[in-house]
Design a binder for this molecule. Structure first.
Ligand code: SAH
Length: 213
């Protein structure tokens, strides 16, 4: 499927609506104006690609709402040199947004079906994360630690300790915490065993899976 002028126009409108909803980071808005979300959607829902909502993808998961992607990415305060770990690759849409800002992206997905599907897609689109892994995001990815930034795109009932451990000092972790409903949290590591905690808006994410399914 191609990226047409119609898609580009719809994306411009989407970016404008994100701006109106309070997203300010110019780099985030610019990148989201360039990532063809329709290519990450389930084919039956492609006409809704530029509606600011989450939609179902394979394996009972969802492609995040563009506003949520923008919100989390803004909170990350990414630099073009940042090394980022993403937990919950899903459709790969958030991954593509991260890659628009920094080439140092590592991403982990728990569902094998989605992992394989997204693997084919990212190759096809020429996206090159440093690693796209099939694994358990609760454990992070120790091999490439420490990270400057970690983003979790599924709801965790509590903070996975491994993720904080894999953060560099000065690094930031963005994670939606809670069961039914979540608060977006940002942890900034201030020392080997210390961190600052900030609480942001309310969201609804699919759960971070605890064990193999
Ligand atoms: N950023 C993705 C969001 C997908 S929804 C997108 O916009 O498409 C959350 C994703 O987290 C799902 O794909 C789900 O399978 C994955 N996930 C759930 N538990 C996980 C875990 N323990 N480790 C890694 N990924 C997990």
């Amino acid at each position: 499927m191609r990226d047409t002028t119609k898609h580009q126009g719809q994306r411009k409108q989407l970016v404008e609506s994100l701006r109106q909803k309070g997203i300010k980071d110019k780099r985030v808005l610019e990148v989201m104006g360039g990532v063809p979300r329709h290519l990450f959607m389930d084919p039956s829902l492609v006409n809704f690609a530029y509606v600011d909502k989450a939609y179902p993808i394979a394996a009972d998961q969802t492609i995040s709402q563009p506003y949520t992607v923008a919100y989390q990415t803004e909170l990350l305060q990414l630099e073009p040199t940042s090394k980022v770990l993403e937990i919950g690759t899903g459709s790969g849409y958030q991954t593509a947004v991260l890659l628009g800002i920094t080439p140092h992206v590592y991403t982990v997905e728990r569902q094998q079906l989605l992992f394989k599907k997204t693997q084919r897609l990212i190759v096809k689109l020429g996206l090159r994360p440093k690693k796209h892994l099939f694994g358990d995001g609760y454990l992070g990815y120790e091999e490439a630690a420490p990270y400057d930034r970690i983003i979790v795109t599924a709801a965790a009932p509590s903070l996975p300790k491994a993720l904080l451990n894999q953060l560099d000092i000065g690094g930031k972790l963005i994670i939606p915490l809670g069961e039914e409903e979540q608060f977006m949290m940002r942890y900034t590591k201030t020392g080997v065993n210390s961190f600052d905690k900030e609480k942001f808006g309310r969201f609804r994410f699919v759960p971070l899976l605890q064990s193999k399914n």
